[in-house]
Design a protein around this ligand. Structure first.
Ligand SMILES: [Zn+2]
Ligand SMILES: [Zn+2]
Length: 194
C-alpha cells in the first residue's frame, strides 16, 4: 500500500480558488494570503491608480540604492554573460538584419552613453539646445528640408563624441547620412574643395 500523494493546497483570499502552494509567494516560513495571479492584478491596478506616487517611490529607491544596483548589475552580467550577449545579438539582428553598420553604430552609441557622464545640467542644456537649433538650416549645405532635418553629432558618437550641447548641429537628412560616422570638419572641408 502506498501513501496517497498529498499536494499542499490553500484557498486564496482574493479569488477564493483553491490552488497549490507554489502559486503563492513565500513570506518567511509561510505563504502569502493571495495567489500570485491576484497579486499581479492588484499590482497592475495599484500602479495605474497611483501612477504619480509609484513614479516618485521608484525614483527615490533607485537613487538610494544606486551603488547596490550597480554592483548587482555587474555581478549579474558576469554570471549570465553569454545569455545576455546572445539576447542582445538576437535583438539587434532583428532590428537591423541587413545593416550591420547600423548595428555597429548603435552599439558604439550605447557604449558612449555608458561612458560619458553627463549630469542633469548637461542633459537639460542639450535638450534646450536641440530645441533652439530646430529652426536652423543644415550646417553642411545650408538647406532646410522640411521633415528631414536631424540633430547631428559634429564629432560622432562612434568616435568618442558626446551628447553635450556644443557637439550638436542641425543637419539635413542627406548630409547626415552621407557624413555617417565621420567628423563634421570632413563635411565642411569637402564642401569647400568640391
Ligand atoms: Zn487568487
Ligand atoms: Zn545638408
Amino acid at each position: 500500500m502506498t501513501a496517497p500523494v498529498v499536494v499542499a493546497t490553500k484557498a486564496c483570499r482574493g479569488c477564493g480558488e483553491t490552488k497549490p502552494l507554489d502559486d503563492y509567494a513565500r513570506k518567511g516560513k509561510s505563504r502569502a494570503a493571495r495567489c500570485k495571479d491576484c497579486l499581479r492584478k492588484w499590482a497592475v491596478q495599484y500602479r495605474s491608480e497611483n501612477a504619480d506616487r509609484v513614479r516618485v517611490n521608484e525614483r527615490t529607491s533607485r537613487a538610494s540604492n544606486a551603488l547596490h544596483r550597480q554592483a548587482w548589475r555587474l555581478s549579474n552580467y558576469q554570471k549570465n554573460k553569454e545569455k545576455i550577449r546572445a539576447r542582445v545579438r538576437a535583438r539587434y539582428s532583428e532590428l537591423y538584419p541587413l545593416e550591420p553598420e547600423r548595428w555597429l553604430a548603435a552599439n558604439a552609441r550605447r557604449k558612449q552613453r555608458l561612458k560619458v557622464d553627463m549630469d542633469k545640467m548637461d542633459r537639460a542644456l542639450s535638450l534646450a539646445y536641440r530645441r533652439a537649433i530646430r529652426v536652423d538650416a543644415c550646417r553642411y549645405c545650408s538647406r532646410r528640408l522640411v521633415g528631414d532635418m536631424h540633430v547631428d553629432h559634429f564629432y560622432p558618437l562612434a568616435k568618442g563624441g558626446t551628447n553635450h550641447w556644443w557637439n550638436l548641429v542641425q543637419s539635413c537628412g542627406p548630409c547626415n547620412r552621407h557624413k555617417h560616422d565621420r567628423c563634421g570638419t570632413w563635411m565642411l572641408l569637402r564642401k569647400r574643395t568640391s
